[in-house]
Design a protein. Structure first.
Length: 404
């Protein structure tokens, strides 16, 4: 049978929720977006949650709100999807790439080495849904010697008085940073992706979680960012549509990145059963873990480390001691068995945009080492034991054919 890589989870509840939105007469930003925000807020423990039309646009808006000026630096891992750094460029900042560790995530040691007086934010990325070392990262930005280096270039930065930590939590909705704390509330800001291939989807979308310390008021910040996501218009379309409520004002230079109700309806139905969906993803992950446990060439991705636990978004299998070309050949063999796999990710310094900006993959040896042998296997609730067995068999046979 054909096994796709990452189809969305669509059941009758999702269809009914979307149909309800279509029949309501209101399909853009309105009550379903607000309901999804409340579900995410309750699930993650974040102080406030704002839904937008993508992770990328949400990150751009947050960095613009931070008030980046020319020359301001944002530290990002070299091993991530391009959006992490593209958002920095769109917001007027300079991405400073650092290497990762062998668990795929950003190296705290390399973060510290990269900090300068121009550093305004750090964007760690929870690769495959496995949380970064946030206790260490937050302790780092609060250190007196690091705060002494910090030079604010905007009122927001002055108010914060230190480097902002913005968690790229695109993969990690549902992950645990510790037993009592899910991702979404462990940093100043965390942004989830709700793209079509994510654990919870709105087809396209993102969710900004706000947890800024005092003197910031996250409830007031939510209101400010909600306006900013709607061209800084003082009244949203839903409110304007009410009889006699047409008048509005534009009070700043905003963006048009709001989420629509018809999209939010998909995620809303999924969030209501997400605990069970997570359990099914974990079932698939553990099935792979057992299946490859007797293969000395297979490096199993991290899932649980102390109180940290992944969201089981990606099963990032690595093949020991192979070249990039051998890994690619294995993927072609797997495809012959009607199994779709992927690679997460091509390190950013290998992409033309960033090569042209002067980044070199040779400067990030661990990122390249993680990438060259990585094969992402399908992992989603709809996978049956028979389908999992087909995936496992296709990978083992591909290894035997290519590596021998």
């Amino acid at each position: 049978m054909k096994i796709p890589f990452s189809p969305p989870y669509i059941n009758e509840d999702v269809i009914n929720e979307v149909t309800d939105s279509l029949k309501s007469g209101w399909i853009t930003t309105g009550p379903k977006v607000k309901a999804l925000e409340e579900e995410l807020k309750s699930f993650t423990g974040a102080q406030e949650v704002l839904c937008v039309n993508s992770w990328t646009s949400g990150a751009i808006m947050m960095l613009r709100w931070l008030g980046l000026q020319e020359g301001d630096e944002i530290i990002v891992p070299a091993y991530t999807y391009c959006a992490t750094a593209v958002a920095v460029l769109h917001a007027g900042g300079k991405p400073v790439m650092v290497d990762t560790t062998d668990d795929f995530n950003i190296s705290v040691k390399e973060i510290e080495r990269a900090i300068t007086p121009r550093t305004k934010a750090i964007i760690p990325v929870d690769i495959a849904g496995f949380p970064c070392k946030y206790e260490e990262i937050m302790a780092l930005v609060e250190r007196e010697d690091i705060k002494a280096k910090f030079k604010a270039t905007s009122d927001v930065q002055e108010k914060l008085g230190r480097i902002l930590v913005l968690n790229d939590a695109a993969h990690s909705l549902g992950a645990h940073y510790n037993k009592a704390q899910r991702t979404g509330c462990e940093t100043d800001v965390a942004i989830f992706s709700l793209h079509a291939v994510k654990n919870v989807t709105t087809a396209e979308g993102g969710a900004i979680c706000m947890n800024l310390p005092k003197p910031f008021d996250n409830t007031e910040l939510y209101k400010e960012l909600r306006m900013m996501a709607l061209n800084c218009q003082t009244k949203d379309a839903f409110s304007k549509s009410k009889a006699g409520s047409w008048r509005y004002d534009i009070i700043g230079l905003g963006m048009k990145i709001n989420m629509a109700d018809v999209n939010a309806a998909i995620g809303l139905a999924q969030m209501r059963v997400y605990t069970s969906l997570l359990a099914e993803r974990k079932r698939v992950f553990n099935s792979y873990k057992v299946a490859f446990s007797d293969c000395d060439w297979a490096i199993i991705p991290p899932a649980i480390d102390g109180e940290k636990e992944t969201s089981y978004h990606i099963f990032a299998l690595r093949i020991k001691d192979v070249t990039e070309e051998q890994r690619d050949a294995m993927i072609m063999e797997i495809a012959k068995k009607d199994v779709a796999v992927n690679v997460h990710f091509i390190p950013m310094p290998m992409l033309t945009l960033f090569k042209d900006l002067g980044y070199k993959i040779e400067d990030y040896p661990q990122a390249y080492a993680n990438y060259k042998g990585e094969i992402s296997l399908p992992i989603y609730p709809q996978l049956t034991p028979e389908m999992i067995n087909q995936v496992v068999t296709s990978v083992k046979e591909a290894y035997s054919t290519i590596i021998g």
